[in-house]
Write a protein of this length. Structure first.
Length: 283
């Protein structure tokens, strides 16, 4: 690491995927600026969309942002695709030193995925985590598709999937919240996610898991489903009990066709994405 600037860590090493990073700035540039107008002109000459990160010199950085084309930081409406145009980021290291990167990993300012919330229907706030996961996955379950929700109780993720019109089989030892259980397309099966033998289960378009368990146990579960060829896509929360299990995280990330991210709505956990199509393409 070369330097630390608030939550921004600067390095001269080549950029890598960092699961825990909210955003990665690629090929950042530094410029000496004589004025706010000069900084804004420079940024506009590179591209249109910029997000400011200003742990220091906040007022001056905000004045630069005001002179740039507007980029909405309003909460997302779930189901709306992320913008495809590149989102750059900039900050001020000093009043006259601008650091900026046109290429960033996040399509949202500073990797913050806030949503217009539904505060009346979901039985828990876990639905926000799945909203973000599906938004970043870039694909939504469709009407007529089949979903398996492991460890579903009280039903936050099942609620999301049923609202999209998919058929959901929810597995948990405890029942779903009554309003979720009554939704069209939802069935509840009493049991343990780890007691299922995927070889004996029908194939599903989507498998989801927000189960509280040790990462190694979840890893073994998804490996069984991949080996059985019974799930086309999977989104699972890798929850850490106490210290982060970096070895398990590396094992999840190493599975062909997988991505591992720390979502804006994750706590001490990561979200694992996998698709059979991506897995085949990488082989």
């Amino acid at each position: 690491m070369q330097a630390e600037h608030g939550r921004l860590f600067l390095s001269q090493e080549p950029a890598i995927h960092a699961a825990w990073a909210a955003n990665v700035w690629r090929q950042p540039c530094e410029a000496v600026i004589a004025s706010i107008a000069e900084a804004a002109t420079l940024l506009k000459s590179v591209q249109r969309n910029w997000a400011v990160y200003a742990p220091l010199h906040h007022r001056r950085a905000s004045l630069i942002q005001d002179k740039l084309p507007h980029v909405s930081a309003k909460p997302l409406v779930f189901g709306t695709p992320l913008p495809s145009a590149p989102m750059g980021s900039f900050t001020l290291l000093a009043p006259d030193r601008l650091l900026y990167a046109a290429q960033c990993d996040s399509a949202r300012p500073n990797g913050e995925y806030g949503f217009v919330e539904n505060k009346s229907e979901p039985p828990s706030r876990a639905y926000l985590k799945l909203w973000e996961a599906l938004t970043r996955f870039g694909e939504l379950p469709q009407p007529g598709q089949s979903c398996l929700d492991l460890g579903a109780c009280p039903g936050g993720w099942t609620w999301v999937l049923a609202k999209l019109g998919a058929s959901v089989a929810a597995i948990d030892k405890a029942p779903l919240a009554p309003n979720v259980a009554a939704m069209p397309g939802v069935t509840w099966r009493q049991g343990s996610a780890f007691g299922l033998d995927p070889r004996n289960e029908p194939a599903v378009d989507w498998l989801f898991s927000d189960v509280i368990c040790y990462p190694a146990r979840l890893l073994a579960l998804v490996q069984r489903w991949i080996a059985a060829g019974k799930a086309a896509r999977m989104i699972c929360t890798v929850k850490f009990q106490g210290e982060t299990d970096h070895e398990a995280a590396r094992a999840f990330a190493a599975i062909p066709g997988a991505r591992l991210l720390h979502l804006h709505h994750n706590k001490h956990e990561l979200t694992w994405f996998w698709s059979a199509e991506a897995s085949v393409a990488l082989r």
